[in-house]
Design a protein around this ligand. Structure first.
Ligand code: A3P
Ligand code: MG
Ligand code: MG
Ligand code: MG
Length: 314
């Protein structure tokens, strides 16, 4: 018998609420796409924002802060608070599958005010605007004492080649230290080949120099930090190598938490773990290096060229 929601530890309730709200977020993303006008704003160099990014952030941040007023929530998009938040976006339901899990002792007593939630309302915006829809994910990462300990990745267009009803497409993975990861099956990558995944829309000389130094047999250039970590989990790539300053803590918090629970490893290009305190710098200035298995991470880290590492101060 699952604990009643109010009796469940607050971290479990935050994870449960996050699973519920990302499913609502996925519908917003599909509604905006179907409307046909994405309301694209150019935030800077190679940095787009659509109405879906804005609406989903309002949906997730308002829903979670209403239920958990003492947590710190950091979202990618800078939105004016008067921005219109539709009542239909506010989700306060809790996902019962999550609540049915047993929260590990060391996390069960964490108070609400110690929790930092990192929200990327739409990861893979560039690909969303170009119709590469399965690159899109919604990321909600949960951090305690600076460490990514849980999170949710919603992929609204998952399985879009098979399921023709867009509102039936999609999947949600979620997990937490000591509980496990649900909604995806870990698969080992093929042997005898080295497949590296990296950015599709934010590449540069150093990104390619570093990948070349690792002598890949194949390079998968796709959008989204969340999407690339999904490729690692599902055995479609061995490593995610992004020797650039471009992505931020909301891009990596949820993917790192789930990848680590499944035995992978995500660090900066120097091999340093990423920190997720609420007052940490948002930029992942040391780049991102992730592998499907922690045991192979060092092989990639030691091949990052020195001249590239110098351009990526941790
Ligand atoms: N140079 C850069 N400038 C702005 N954003 C960057 C960037 N490099 C990476 N990013 C962001 O990091 C995420 C992963 O990048 P990529 O898809 O290229 O691998 C994307 O998140 P968003 O789509 O949420 O903005 C992308 O916009
Ligand atoms: Mg963005
Ligand atoms: Mg992102
Ligand atoms: Mg984003």
């Amino acid at each position: 018998m699952a604990a009643s929601s109010s009796a469940a530890p607050v971290l479990l309730r935050i994870l449960s609420a996050s699973v519920s709200v990302v499913n609502r977020a996925g519908r917003i993303i599909k509604d905006v796409m179907r409307k046909g006008d994405l309301g694209i704003i150019d935030k800077g160099i190679d940095d787009l924002q659509t109405e879906a990014d804005r609406s989903v952030q309002h949906c997730i941040v308002t829903s979670l802060s209403r239920q958990f007023p003492k947590i710190s929530i950091i979202g990618e998009e800078e939105l004016d608070s008067e921005g219109k938040v539709l009542d239909e976006w506010i989700v306060t339901s809790l996902d019962s599958d999550v609540l049915a899990k047993k929260c590990p002792e060391n996390l069960a007593s964490i108070p609400e005010e110690k929790v930092v939630v990192w929200v990327d309302p739409l990861d893979g915006t560039s690909e969303y605007t170009q119709g590469l829809l399965d690159h899109v994910t919604v990321l909600v990462g949960i951090a305690v004492n600076g460490k990514a300990i849980g999170g949710v990745i919603h992929q609204p267009y998952y399985n879009y080649q098979v399921e023709k009803d867009v509102y039936k497409q999609g999947r949600t993975l979620w997990g937490m230290n000591g509980i496990g990861v649900f909604g995806i099956e870990k698969k080992a990558p093929c042997e005898g080949k080295r497949i590296i995944t990296t950015t599709r829309s934010h590449s540069n000389k150093n990104v390619n120099l570093t990948i070349d130094a690792m002598k890949p047999d194949e390079v998968l250039r796709v959008g989204g930090a969340g999407h690339k970590v999904l490729l690692l989990i599902e055995g479609r790539a061995h490593a995610y190598v992004f020797a650039s300053k471009g992505c931020k803590k909301w891009d990596t918090c949820a993917p790192e938490a789930l990848l680590h629970i499944l035995g992978g490893k995500l660090t900066d290009m120097h091999g340093n773990s990423l920190e997720y305190h609420k007052d940490i710098q948002y930029l992942n200035s040391g780049g991102v290096l992730a592998t499907y298995d922690a045991a192979v991470h060092e092989w990639y880290r030691e091949r990052v060229p020195e001249e590239v590492k110098k351009t990526l101060p941790p």
